[in-house]
Write a protein that binds this ligand. Structure first.
Ligand SMILES: Cc1ncc(C[n+]2csc(CCOP(=O)(O)OP(=O)(O)O)c2C)c(N)n1
Length: 580
């Protein structure tokens, strides 16, 4: 008979799990040993369980399939938390195996005792203690199905002694449902949606991550309605490419005419977005489509809502939507978008090749140019979010992920580790802040040990730059944000990863080329300007104050990379000349 640990491993293999990320230890040992002996599943050692959870989150995010991490009792569990929050808030299916102290000691304040079944409640859909062998393998299957079915984290709390015991029930076969069915909206809702779209003179579409797989349908609807199409940060990778209706992004990092298009339309249609910054939404004349009923009306009062997948809903409604004839609103917004980008772009491109320290915008634009067409970018929380939002040009094949909902620092490198396992044949680029990279610096050793061909582009401004900016616009002097520029390339080399530092913008293109084309891992330490995006020249003091106080949409206006060329191309292709 197999042990409970062996049974658990067998259930994971049946669910298609190929690896478990984490750090070994005490109560977890029976599980780790079962992995050692099993075929078709491997243990991936990370230097910190937090990184293991981030790596699993990334793998789940990119593939949509279940990914697994594990931590030993007590501190091994508590380290998992950050990455599990990230996975859970991003709605991606991760199972955490949280081993626990031996059963007879639970409740005695034993060495390393925590209560994992309480600890993980807030960052999971399902979190259960397996206290008896008779609960297995059923609870393992329920945990997996919760992670996949509800989209998020499940935690199995496994005392070491239970893992070690002989299984009571045969494992048996299992076929977890991995492919989701479509959420098809009800007919009356589809009809009313069509009536509202037809009745409105002007309609703007605002797209979130829920438009994945619905690009064609959104374009078809925009074409019929002559609608500007804006997006959130998470929606960008799915909708901004091949989009002649693009008016940019909304939110603190936003740019272009998205804000105006969403506020000036007669009707705003939210598609698959749970965009949290309600101050950027008009709070009126809004209709929402989402596959998750709980999100409807969460950010704004709604005139009407439809429960359905975006693609299924749009496919159903399109035949009922009449072709609008007046495209004045769309054309105005496209011109406004281009104008807005032209205005800001000069400030960030003028003399950029001579600017020392290097403009991070310049580094990001070169990276965008040199990165592969199907590269996966993982992006650190901090200013790298801004550079990725504005300079990484989506094309439908590239992926851009980050801790966009939990907003945790240090995510990019461990996310890149998960991405490298998920897609061993694709180029994986970690856009890391120096603060983020050094927060989980040990993961350089993980990259080196497993020879993961990750290209780490470190935006090394010697500063917690995002917070420096926040302090400044809130009227605080910057304090405790700048701790000196570290030799990140030297640290990488010490860890066994080739690396180079670059501080002369004239050398940047060649250095970046070397980095992205190196066959194995590489760290490019780009010495960037901590003052980037501090106060763009056309921003007034009142607007700067407004960033903190009223979330004005303009303060973070900065360079926008190829977005300007895309916008200019869209305007050039307008079917009639620009009206004055
Ligand atoms: C774990 C964690 N701690 C603190 C913060 C607050 N925070 C957000 S961005 C940031 C600075 C990031 O600095 P760095 O990685 O150097 O990137 P930069 O903004 O300079 O590009 C901080 C401290 C956070 N989001 N997560």
């Amino acid at each position: 008979m197999s042990t409970v640990a062996e049974q658990l491993v067998e259930v994971l293999i049946q669910a298609g799990v190929a690896r478990v990320y984490g750090v070994v230890g005490d109560s977890l040992n029976p599980f780790v040993d079962a992995i050692r002996r099993a075929e078709g599943i491997e243990w991936i050692h990370t230097r910190n369980e937090e990184a293991g959870a981030f790596a699993a989150a990334s793998e789940a995010h990119l593939t949509g399939q279940l990914a697994v991490c594990a931590g030993s009792c007590g501190p091994g569990n508590t380290h998992l938390i950050q990455g599990l929050y990230d996975a859970h808030r991003s709605g991606v299916p991760v199972l955490a195996i949280a081993s626990h102290i031996t059963s007879e000691q639970i409740g005695t304040s034993f060495f390393q005792e925590t209560h994992p079944e309480r600890l993980f409640v807030e960052c999971s859909h399902y979190c259960e203690l397996v206290s008896q062998t008779s609960q297995m393998p059923r609870l393992a299957r329920i945990a997996i199905q919760h992670a996949l079915g509800r989209g998020g984290v499940s935690v199995l709390v496994m005392p070491g002694d239970v893992l070690h015991r002989t299984a009571e029930h045969p494992t048996g076969p299992s076929a977890p449902v991995i492919v989701r069915g479509a959420v098809v909206p009800a007919d009356p809702q589809v009809r009313e949606l069509a009536e509202r779209l037809n009745a409105a003179r002007t309609v703007t579409l605002f797209c979130g991550a829920g438009v994945q797989g619905a690009h064609d349908a959104v374009m078809a609807l925009a074409g019929k309605l002559h609608s500007p199409v804006g997006h959130s940060l998470r929606g960008k990778e799915w909708i901004q490419y091949d989009n002649p209706y693009d008016v940019g992004m909304s939110g603190l990092l936003g740019y272009g005419a998205c804000y105006d298009a969403t506020h000036q339309a007669d009707l705003l249609l939210l598609l698959g977005t749970d965009f949290p910054y309600d101050a950027f939404l008009p709070q009126r004349r809004t209709v929402q489509v989402d596959h998750d009923l709980t999100r409807l009306g969460r950010r704004t009062p709604l005139d009407f809502a439809v429960h359905g997948d975006v693609a299924a809903t749009l496919r159903a409604v399109l035949p009922l939507v009449a072709q609008k004839t007046d495209r004045t609103f769309l054309d105005d917004m496209l011109h406004q978008h281009t104008g807005a980008l032209e205005q800001v772009v000069n400030a960030y491109t003028r003399d950029i090749e001579q600017h020392v320290p290097i403009h991070p915008e310049y580094a990001a634009s070169i990276l965008d140019e040199l990165a592969a067409d199907d590269a996966v970018f993982t992006v650190d929380t901090g200013m790298c979010n801004v550079w990725a939002a504005r300079y990484v040009t989506p094309n439908g094949r590239r992926r851009v992920i980050g801790s966009f909902l939990h907003g945790s620092m240090a995510n990019a490198l461990p996310h890149a580790i998960g991405a490298a396992y998920a897609y061993p044949d694709r180029q994986i680029i970690s856009m890391s802040g120096d603060g983020g990279l050094t927060m989980l610096l040990g993961e350089l050793l993980t990259v080196a040990e497993h020879q993961l061909p990750i290209k780490i582009v470190a935006f090394n401004n010697g500063s917690l730059g995002m917070i420096r900016l926040e302090m400044m616009v809130s009227g605080y002097p910057s304090f405790q944000t700048d701790h000196g520029v570290s030799d990140l390339a030297g640290l990488a080399r010490a860890a066994g990863i080739p690396g180079a530092a670059v501080d002369d913008p004239a050398d940047l293109a060649e250095a970046m080329y070397t980095a992205v084309h190196s066959p194995g891992p590489y760290l490019l330490d780009v010495r960037t300007d901590p003052n980037a995006l501090s106060v763009p020249p056309h921003i007034t003091a009142a607007q700067v104050r407004g960033f903190a106080l009223a979330a004005t949409r303009t303060v973070l206006d900065g360079g926008v990379g190829q977005m300007l060329q895309l916008a200019q191309a869209n305007v050039r292709n307008l079917p009639r000349p620009h009206r004055a």
